[in-house]
Design a protein around this ligand. Structure first.
Ligand SMILES: Nc1ncnc2c1ncn2[C@@H]1O[C@H](COP(=O)(O)OP(=O)(O)OP(=O)(O)O)[C@@H](O)[C@H]1O
Length: 434
């Protein structure tokens, strides 16, 4: 068991009453102390893991995180002697969990590094294990997006979520709202697609009685409904130019008027926008206002496409099946899982959900087999007729995706794609992937 220097002992007793889970570590990854809050939330065996290595306790690794392919905040802090913060997946009594880790190096009077203090906060808005609601994910690209979200959440900075359709923009917006200090306020979702100018204005700002024919009484708009909370403008790239001016005025002045009203009203919301459109290209083409773009995009977050987070597929499949089918959720056979992992998922998680919703209706024996998946997924397993050409020509994107996600040798991949190894190599060379 490690012994701590006297200054470190004082630090330990100071941290004992900290309400946030905190541990003290020496420079060789040994846990010197863990406060009561840590023991309550994270101690897996019910007692403080004094003397154990942090990487073993938090990750069940036998080597430090950076040797296991993860970012090690201790390594970085030992070089910079400055604090570091990372999002890790920790082993906890509740299973794997996303944890925000803040690490501070402790220096003695000579400036020598003597210990580290690590403060942990569970990230409740996303799960690293199958879950019946909310965001799930554990791949590096998912963690990057989640980590960006956690950094932006406590401030008022406008966030722009950029991702293809079906990547979970609304779920991320909800997670951001729930991680912010406005979580007790409302989250108001505005779908900006297909709104005419007058409808947009009256929906957003509301109207006074008599403002137009049919306005028989005052109506509160969505901006007012979002008071004290978050206003989520989904598909902001679909807002036509004349309405963009009105949006800009609202964001810049923080005030608005109901249609037919004279009183300027003060708006109090945190703005989150989302789009699957390339806004910078739209700005260059003149179809999106540059000034509005700068206002909404102070903190852009890239939401990964499903093909960029292939490692999350089994977790997403489990979670979505639980959501679709509840307790009687079917299991997915290996051949079906292989097909799912070879598909490029242009429709992302929404497409995956649709495929599973359909497939489970065929799973009479409680198992989803390859045959239960739609034809466009089946092709990946068709084998070449003996001595003949493969039945299917894969395009560059499909092959690049298969290369990225396939867990096996090139000859196994060739077999899965229904072609000979030589043909695979030739195709890869032709497409510049070899
Ligand atoms: N990380 C995730 N974990 C769990 N479910 C997810 C995740 N990402 C997306 N989903 C699910 O995928 C579906 C699509 O998500 P959502 O509607 O948020 O996507 P979107 O990006 O807003 O799509 P669109 O741009 O078409 O409106 C929903 O059923 C959502 O619950």
């Amino acid at each position: 068991m490690s012994t701590a220097a006297p200054q470190v002992q004082s630090l330990i007793s100071y941290l004992e009453h900290d309400p946030q889970p905190t541990i003290v570590l020496d420079t060789d990854y040994n846990i010197l102390a863990a406060n009561t809050a840590y023991q309550r939330q994270f101690a897996t065996s019910g007692k403080a893991p004094i003397g154990a290595k942090c990487f073993r306790v938090s990750h069940q690794y036998s080597v430090p995180c950076d040797q296991a392919g993860e970012h090690c905040p201790m390594r970085k802090a030992s070089e910079s002697l400055a604090p570091d913060r990372v999002l890790h997946i920790h082993h906890t009594p509740r299973g794997p969990e996303h944890v925000d880790v803040e690490l501070r190096p402790i220096l003695d009077a000579d400036g020598t590094l003597v210990a580290y203090v690590e403060r942990l906060s569970s990230v409740a808005v996303a799960s690293a294990q199958p879950q019946r609601h909310g965001l799930v994910g554990r791949s590096p690209t998912f963690k990057e997006a989640l980590s960006a979200l956690q950094r932006a959440a406590p401030s008022q900075i406008p966030v722009l979520l950029q991702g293809e359709s079906g990547t979970g923009k609304e779920l991320f917006a909800r997670a951001l709202h729930e991680s912010s200090d406005r979580a007790r306020g409302p989250l108001v979702v505005v779908d900006c697609t297909g709104l005419t100018e007058s409808l947009f204005e009256s929906e957003l700002f509301g109207y006074e009685k008599g403002a137009f024919t049919g306005a028989t009484q005052r109506k509160i708009g969505l901006v007012e409904t979002a008071h004290g909370g978050t206003l989520f403008l989904d598909e902001i790239g679909d807002v036509p130019l004349p309405m963009q001016v009105k949006l800009l005025r609202l964001i810049e002045s923080g005030t608005f008027r109901r249609v037919g009203g004279v009183e300027p009203l003060r708006a109090d919301f945190r703005l989150v926008s989302a789009t699957h459109k390339p806004l910078t290209a739209m700005v260059a083409a003149g179809s999106f206002r540059q000034d509005l773009y700068y206002r909404i995009s102070a903190f852009p977050v890239h939401l990964p496409a499903l093909r960029e987070r292939a490692a999350d597929l089994p977790l997403l499949v489990d979670s979505l099946l639980q959501r679709i089918a509840g307790h009687g959720a079917p299991r997915v056979a290996d051949d079906a899982m292989k097909l799912l992992s070879l598909h490029a998922w242009p429709g992302n998680v929404r497409e995956l959900r649709n495929v599973l919703e359909r497939a489970r209706l065929f799973a009479d024996d409680g198992v989803i087999h390859a045959a239960h998946l739609p034809p466009e997924l089946q092709h990946a397993l068709t084998t070449a007729p003996a001595g003949g050409r493969p039945r299917r020509q894969y395009d560059r994107a499909q092959l690049a995706h298969a290369l990225e996600v396939f867990n096996g040798t090139r000859s196994e991949l060739a077999a899965h794609l229904g072609m000979s190894e030589r043909t695979l190599y030739r195709r890869l060379r032709e497409l510049g992937l070899g």
